[in-house]
Structures are given as C-alpha cells and as structure tokens.
Design a protein around this ligand. Structure first.
Ligand code: AMP
Ligand code: ZN
Length: 464
C-alpha cells in the first residue's frame, strides 16, 4: 500500500487513483524570469522522485508541468532590458530544459506555456463571472473569496480572517493579507496585453495553472505538487478557481516539499542567498552528486545547503559507484549462490516499502546500503559466483530506475583510485594549484586517460 502525506487533510493517506493504474500529475513549473536556483531543483527533483517511484510501482503517469512565461516578474525583467517578453523568457526556458536534462529529471508529457493558453483562461474567467464567483472592478476581474466558503482549507486559514471585498493585484502576497485576488488585470503602461471577450488585459498567475492543468488533465487530478511556498496563495487560489468553475473536487493529493535553506533561510532570488546549477557546475560539482544530495533528505524536511553536506552526499554516492565497479570487474568463480536471489528480493522489497511510506528515502537508501554490505561480506569470503553478477547488477539497476544516480549504461566506468585522482586534480584546480593539477593530468595521460575540462565539469576518455 502506498501512502502520502496530503497537505489538504494534514495526514498520511492511502494513495488511490481516480482511474486504476493511472496517475494524473500536475507540478507547478518554473517562472522563467531568471535561471532557476538549486532550491527550485529541490522541488523538481522531489517531483521526479515521486514520478519515478510511481512508474517503478507500475503506474502509468501523465505529467503536466506548466511554464509561467507571463506574470509580474517576467514582465518586470523584460521591461528592465527593454526587450519583448518572448525574447526575454526564451533564454530561461532553454536553460531550464538544459538543466533538467543535466539533473536527469524525467521530462513531463506536456509543458504548456501560459502565453499559449490565454483562451483557456478567458473561458474559465468568463464562467466564473457567469456563476457569480468573480466581478469586475475598474477594468480588472477579481475572484470573490467570500463566495467560496471552502476558501482557506489548504493553507488552514481561519475563515473569519478573510478580508472579503479587499483586493490584491500582485501575484504573490502573504497570508496576513488574504484578499480577493486578480484573475484578469487591466492594461497597464509597459505590460503585454491581450484583446479578449473579457476586455483588454492579461491573466493573473493563479488562473494560469487552473486553466492549464484542467486543459490537459481534466477537472480532477490525482496529485498536484510544488514547494511549501506555493501552498498560499497560489494553490489555495487554484482550488478556489477550479472548484468554483467545475463544481468538483480539484485535486485528491496535494504534496509539497520543504525548502532548501541556507543558514536557516529559504534559498531565494530575493534574498540573494542562492546558487544556480550553472554556478555549481562552474565550481566542478558533478550534477548527479547534486541530484543525490537533493533527493537523499526526506522531501518534507528542511534541507540545509552547505558544500560540506554536498561533499557527504558525494561520498555516499561514491560508495555505491565503487560497489558497482567492483561487481562489474571482480573475477568470480563459476556457479551461483541461491542466497543472492533472496537477498536481492528482500532489498528490492524493502526499498519499495520505504518509498511507499510517503517517499521515505532514508529507509529506501538503507535498503540499498544494506544490500551492498551483505554482498561485500560475501565477496570477502568468495561467496558470490559468476552467475550472481548479473542478478546483483540488475538489482542495482532496479534501484536506479528511481534514484537515477548510476553512470548511464553506455558510459564506461573508471576504477575508484583513478576517480580519486581526478577528484584530487579538481581540488587542486579549485585551489589554483595548477602545477599539481597539470602533474596529475600528465600522470593519468600516461595511464591512457585523457581529461577534458568542459562547462559541465571535467570529462575523461580512454585512449584506445
Ligand atoms: P518559481 O519559479 O518561483 O515559481 O518556483 C518553482 C518551484 O520551486 C516552486 O514549486 C517553488 O515552491 C519551488 N521553490 C522555490 N524556492 C525553493 C526552495 N528554496 N526550496 C525548495 N523549493 C523551492
Ligand atoms: Zn502553479
């Protein structure tokens, strides 16, 4: 049985899909006004872990992730540079797609862009006006929260605190200022504007997600995700809009990951305490070490970013890689040991059980390391045979369907002592000790390994 913590109920619930075997998943995508920081990637990697686990558990997953290419922040950015919104957002959309590939995040089935779905938003706003949930005020259209008595259910806002009638135009605001929020914003000097049946203007951020999620997934979704900062006002407003319009429960399971923090503060653009993936690659960080770091803490716990913590994750991933190398290259005696099959089965069952418990990654990883320990013990006493090799490798590949941290199949691997040399050279380069770095490069060249320094970090190849 799979269980998830549902923000809506505040409890861990058994997971049941609307249609057996199929999951309709919506995750709030990037607002493309800048390069995403690694806090954003904590959210996307948590969602990737969730999706990969659902696939591993045998579900078909239809995943939609929107791209917010028009909102307060993108408009401000384009205006500052004096270029069109499209030109401005294009580079960040491209960067986002490059980054998710680098981090081995599985692509969504659809990436709808807000600017390409204005008609869907207009249709929905029109319906909300007709049903009496929305009203015009000085050329803009607002959602009236007092018309929707369930408002506040996700963010646990006391209905008495609702300031019905007061209005807010900004896309983002604090809980202390719950207000009627803008669905459609009247034209403003320097802002893009669409001529529509509602009148001229542009959409608010929240209606974008309601319109695009239901456009591709229907009025009811199984899972909707984001970071905890999305709970209010964004997801609360999505519920209000979608449920008022369709008259049906919008989302069955709301899953939110906690923040990546730096010194106890949320990593964010506005605080200036952030690293982008590019910043880290430039420092020689292996993106898959970063992936492992971001996924190896439970998604509902705060995760503190330090280079020391990143190093720890790297070391722990290296233990897995060393084990893999050992299994691939060790000389083994012919035959097989029946016990290996039961160890592999148990490890996979424990791994699955851990993840079934609200994505308990610590217990899933414990199953991986326990398996490695058991096999290493047997290797030490020659109790692993040739025919066991493939079984062990297959088990590691099964884990990796979810974790995605092993070298990709086509990649060759290097022995751990050579990997350590490469790492030593990286460290020397970081410390600007170029004499040592060059000496190590030459030493490796003598051994038939050529190093190349690329934007994504160091690459190696073997001389044939
Ligand atoms: P944005 O592009 O700001 O809309 O954010 C994209 C996603 O990243 C949302 O799901 C946010 O909740 C999430 N997010 C933003 N900052 C952090 C952080 N420091 N830690 C984890 N998730 C974050
Ligand atoms: Zn959204």
């Amino acid at each position: 049985m799979i269980r998830f913590f549902n923000t809506l109920s505040g409890t861990v619930e058994e997971f049941k899909t609307l249609v057996p075997g199929k999951v309709r998943l919506y995750t709030c995508g990037p607002t493309v006004y800048d390069y995403p920081h690694i806090g954003n990637y904590r959210a996307y990697i948590f969602e990737d872990l969730l999706k990969r686990f659902l696939l591993f558990a045998g579900y078909k997953v239809f995943h939609v992730m929107n791209i917010t290419d028009v909102d307060d922040k993108t408009i401000r950015g384009a205006n500052q540079l004096g270029i069109s919104l499209q030109e401005y957002t294009a580079r960040y959309i491209q960067a986002f797609f490059e980054d998710i590939k680098t981090l081995r995040i599985l692509p969504a089935d659809v990436y709808p862009r807000a600017t390409e779905h204005i008609t869907d938003m207009v249709r929905m706003i029109k319906g909300l006006l007709e049903k009496g949930y929305a009203y015009y005020k000085e050329g803009s259209i607002y959602f009236s929260i007092k018309k929707f008595p369930a408002y506040g259910q996700l963010a646990k806002i006391n209905p008495e605190e609702l300031k019905a009638g007061a209005r807010v135009d900004a896309d983002e605001y604090e809980k202390e200022s719950v207000h009627d929020f803008a669905l459609w914003k009247k034209p403003k000097e320097g802002e893009p504007c669409w001529e529509t049946e509602l009148g001229p203007g542009r959409p608010g951020w929240h209606i974008e997600c309601s319109a695009m999620s239901t456009r591709y997934l229907g009025p009811q979704l199984d899972i909707h995700c984001g970071g905890v900062d999305n709970i209010f006002p964004h997801h609360e407003n999505e519920i209000a809009q979608s449920e008022a319009y369709y008259g049906k429960k919008f989302v069955n399971y709301w899953l939110h990951c906690h923040h990546l923090v730096v010194d106890g503060e949320k990593m964010s653009k506005s605080k200036g305490n952030f690293y982008t993936l590019r910043d880290l690659l430039a420092r020689g960080v292996d993106p898959i070490d970063l992936r492992f770091f971001l996924l190896s803490t439970h998604y509902r716990k705060m995760l503190n970013f330090t280079f020391e913590n990143l190093e720890q994750a790297k070391a722990s991933r290296q233990r897995i890689l060393d084990f893999l190398y050992e299994i691939e290259h060790r000389k083994l005696e012919p035959g097989s040991e029946p016990e290996i099959t039961s160890l592999a089965e148990k490890a996979l069952a424990d791994f699955r059980e851990g993840l079934s418990d609200d994505l308990n990654i610590s217990s899933a990883l414990a199953a991986v390391f326990e398996f490695i320990r058991e096999i290493n013990n047997r290797l030490a006493r020659n109790a692993v045979k040739q025919d066991d090799r493939e079984k062990i490798l297959n088990t590691m590949r099964e884990f990796d369907r979810v974790l995605a941290i092993l070298p990709e199949k086509k990649e060759e691997t290097l022995p751990p002592e050579i990997m350590a040399k490469i790492e030593e050279r990286e460290k020397a380069r970081r410390e600007k000790n170029f004499a040592l770095a060059d000496a190590i490069r030459e030493e490796l060249r003598q051994l038939g390994i050529i190093l190349e320094d690329t934007r994504e970090g160091v690459r190696w190849k073997k001389i044939k």
